[in-house]
Design a protein around this ligand. Structure first.
Ligand SMILES: NC(=O)c1ccc[n+]([C@@H]2O[C@H](COP(=O)([O-])OP(=O)(O)OC[C@H]3O[C@@H](n4cnc5c(N)ncnc54)[C@H](O)[C@@H]3O)[C@@H](O)[C@H]2O)c1
Ligand SMILES: [Zn+2]
Length: 352
């Protein structure tokens, strides 16, 4: 088992983490233990957890980004109230990023804050969303428009949960892993580009490398005043495309799929603005397209996408802010790009 201890919380990684979870729950003498699940994590993940926990109260929500809403939050608060959750209760978020974001938000706001624990069950949530304390819901079609930053009490990552995760969800999480390498670690990038996802069952080492990168960054800047913005590479355009797709597509893009497109577009902006090399842009684009099928942006080179970028929390006034790459393994924050440059970046993606 790998362990990381920060000021406010600890992270445990390994397929033996639940024995420790049980010990820690007992040591905290919580009055009640609540477990938040969706229909998939109830079926595939809860049985493994139930081997270790007893007397838990289950709260169930419907899976999917479309349910990361205030209505669902209200349902969770209702359940907590109905089952008499008090300040000494704990909520365990057993699921992917949707469960973690909304469950953490509900716990952190209910009675001005219950402890919550993340047990991420998707690759994306293991390497990214469960760490860092960004919590919230989508609102009026804007991603994560309402939320707070609050760290979980602890995070227990058991890679065995990936065995039941559909392959497309593995690929979805891989986008954030690619991002970690691109922004922070050229050796990690070299390793990824040599191995790819072919050995994705052996994800333990990759999860550990990505967790370390994310932790190093949020440790320096938990509230995203500066360094933490490094993690936004691919996300200014990615979030806008994700929100657009959620509104318009029958089968909306997943977060990682949208971020993959965003990384190619923002790679192009990196070339325009920071002189990121053309050769590396080509390599990055080809690598990403190996895993993520092309999505047509032709129909959405529209003011709506720019409007969505302006609504993004990362932006102030009328400016659209980007984290860009100087080179592979080295990102740089706070670059403003104009609408024309953004359109060129979307066109570049479309031309591939
Ligand atoms: N808070 C943050 O810092 C942060 C960072 C990145 C992404 N996010 C958010 O995370 C969300 C996306 O998270 P996600 O990609 O984990 O998606 P998700 O939570 O929607 O999970 C994807 C699907 O996999 C199912 N599932 C989960 N675990 C499973 C398992 N072990 N076996 C079988 N099925 C399983 C879920 O029920 C769901 O249908 C988005 O809302 C995004 O905004 C948050
Ligand atoms: Zn992301």
């Amino acid at each position: 088992m790998k362990e990381y201890h920060l000021k406010d919380f600890s992270i445990y990684i390994g397929n033996d983490v639940f024995e420790l979870l049980l010990e820690n729950l007992i040591a905290e003498s919580y009055s009640q233990v609540f477990v938040l699940v969706d229909e998939n994590t109830e079926k595939y993940c809860l049985p493994m957890l139930n081997k270790y926990l007893f007397n838990t109260n289950i709260i169930k929500i419907k899976s999917g980004e479309v349910n990361k809403t205030l209505d669902t939050a209200q349902h969770i608060w209702n359940e907590l109230q109905k089952m008499n959750a008090d300040k000494k209760s704990v909520l365990i978020n057993l699921g992917g990023g949707v469960i973690g974001d909304i469950g953490g938000f509900c716990a952190a706001t209910f009675k001005r804050g219950l402890d919550f624990i993340n047990i991420p069950t998707t690759l994306l949530s293991m390497v990214d969303s469960s760490i860092g304390g960004k919590l919230g819901v989508d609102f009026n079609g804007v991603k994560n428009a309402v939320g707070i930053i609050q760290q979980p009490h602890a995070i227990y990552i058991n890679p065995d949960f990936l065995n039941s995760l559909p392959k497309d969800e593995i690929v979805n999480g891989y986008a954030e892993i690619i991002k970690h390498a691109l922004i922070a670690d050229v050796d990690y990038w070299d390793k990824l580009s040599r191995t790819g996802l072919d050995e994705w069952q052996k994800m333990g080492a990759i999860i550990n490398s990505s967790v370390k990168i994310k932790l190093q960054i949020i440790k320096k800047d938990p509230t995203e005043k500066s360094t933490r913005k490094l993690l936004n590479f691919g996300h200014t355009i990615g979030h806008a495309i994700e929100a657009y797709s959620l509104k318009h597509d029958k089968k909306p893009l997943k977060h990682g799929e949208a971020v993959a497109i965003g990384m190619i577009c923002e790679g192009f902006l990196s070339k325009e603005i920071l002189g990121f090399s053309t050769k590396d842009l080509r390599m990055l684009s080809e690598y990403i397209l190996r895993f993520f099928p092309k999505y047509s942006l032709k129909t959405i080179l529209s003011p709506e996408l720019i409007k969505l970028m302006r609504q993004d929390k990362k932006n102030q006034l009328d400016e659209i802010n980007f984290t860009l790459l100087k080179r592979i393994g080295k990102a740089s924050i706070d670059h403003v790009c104009g609408e024309h440059q953004i359109s060129m970046a979307l066109n570049y993606y479309d031309s591939l």
